[in-house]
Ligand binder design. Structure first.
Ligand code: 3PG
Length: 205
């Protein structure tokens, strides 16, 4: 199954950078209770993989994916941990080969028309746009939709509750993602009440 099919109907994906895997299950339940059904746990911290494992095992209704997947060798690790999809800010041939072999729904990144076309050729209709705001944001997505309407995007990077509606209004945007929903400071303080509030606002977008 493609990531486009897997994530159909999901409009907002919290991106989390987690330092303590012990908080992963509470975090996932908080987001799920607020109405968010998918989560991208980044592999930027040593706790990321274990967090994915625990969410997959203990919060089965949450669709957990791995983010910042950058090397082919990580693909087997995230599949074993229970990740149901993977996300990368870009792509490389070796990484895409590993993803194909594993049959993992994947969202590779593209910020130029040539990158988008190369990924479409490989069957990726849903692509990440990162860093969204820095690489042109809403005007870029409006521009690329005219010549390449078959591409769909998941912009992340610089998205906030304020600018999210402008992204979600675009036909070319399938979903958006970002860390604003579960900020590092709130996670560090185990402030799940604040995360719940941010998540409810995100789910209502
Ligand atoms: C990502 O991996 O998609 C980004 O780190 C999200 O960017 P943000 O922190 O600006 O939301």
């Amino acid at each position: 199954m493609s990531a486009a099919e897997l994530l159909r109907g999901i409009r907002v994906v919290p991106v989390v950078v987690i330092d303590d895997a012990d908080k992963a299950v509470t975090l996932a339940n908080t987001l799920l209770d607020a109405g968010l059904r998918a989560i991208e746990v980044t592999l930027r911290t040593p706790a990321g993989l274990e967090a994915i494992r625990r969410i997959a095992a203990e919060v089965p209704d949450m669709m957990v994916g791995a983010g910042s997947v950058r090397r082919a060798a990580q693909v087997g690790e995230i599949v074993s941990a229970g990740a149901r999809f993977g996300v990368c800010p870009g792509s490389s041939p070796a990484l895409l080969d590993a993803v194909d072999e594993a049959g993992l729904p994947f969202i590779p990144g593209a910020i130029t028309p040539s990158e988008t076309l190369a990924l479409l050729e490989r069957g990726y209709s849903l692509q990440k746009l990162f860093p969204a705001e820095l690489s042109g944001g809403v005007p870029y997505l409006k521009g690329i939709a005219a010549p390449i309407p078959e591409a769909q995007f998941m912009p992340t990077g610089g998205i906030t509750v304020e600018n999210a509606p402008a992204y979600l209004a675009l036909d070319t945007v399938a979903c958006i993602g970002g860390t604003w929903i579960a900020p590092a400071s709130a996670l560090a303080a185990s402030d799940f009440a604040s995360i719940a509030e941010l998540a409810r606002a995100a789910a209502a977008l």
